[in-house]
Design a protein around this ligand. Structure first.
Ligand code: HEC
Length: 138
């Protein structure tokens, strides 16, 4: 017997809602391929290879998304970063965006002396790249 028309209306409304929600965020929609290129500004100090021995100036960033700050036991984080971690800082798209835009403003006294990434699209691309890194590669 046919499909309940109310179901169809509901389905369309739900699909529209999803489309609108993603359109609202589209200015910040990151592109992992562009992000990999943008990561050129980071890789002097950071690896995203989970098997890379810790020898760089910055902590390994494999699987960083969703991870609390300052979690790598082998890395000597600054007191400022440890304090931020103790206060509950978790690296998600929003906190990464703020840290990359201006490391000092999110964590005063952080040891990361990298130039701010001023372009919001570039930050979103970096986050998209980091979201992929470490997950089932190699
Ligand atoms: C000059 C070296 C340097 C560069 C360039 C650099 N970082 Fe860092 N980064 C660090 C250091 C050092 C720390 C540790 C900071 C602390 O302990 O306060 C850090 C910490 C971080 C953390 C927190 C990691 C954790 O385990 O909590 C993230 C995320 C991060 N960097 C992302 C980036 C990204 C993305 C870029 C490129 C846009 C970048 N960094 C460029 C040196 C660098």
């Amino acid at each position: 017997m046919g499909v309940n028309p109310l179901f169809i209306v509901g389905f369309i409304a739900a699909a529209l809602g999803t489309a609108l929600a993603s359109a609202a965020g589209s200015a910040q929609e990151g592109d992992a391929v562009r992000g990999e290129r943008a990561f050129q500004r980071c890789f002097a100090c950071h690896s995203v290879d989970p098997n890379e021995p810790a020898k760089l100036q910055g902590p390994n960033l494999a699987n960083i998304l969703g991870r609390p700050a300052a979690q790598l036991s082998g890395f000597a984080y600054s007191d400022a970063m440890r304090a931020a971690a103790a206060a509950g800082l978790i690296w998600d798209a929003a906190t990464l965006d703020r840290y990359l835009a201006d490391p000092e403003s999110l964590i005063a006294g952080t040891a990361m002396s990298a130039p701010p990434v001023r372009d919001a699209q570039e930050r979103a691309d970096l986050v998209a790249y980091l979201a992929r890194s470490g997950a089932s590669r190699r």
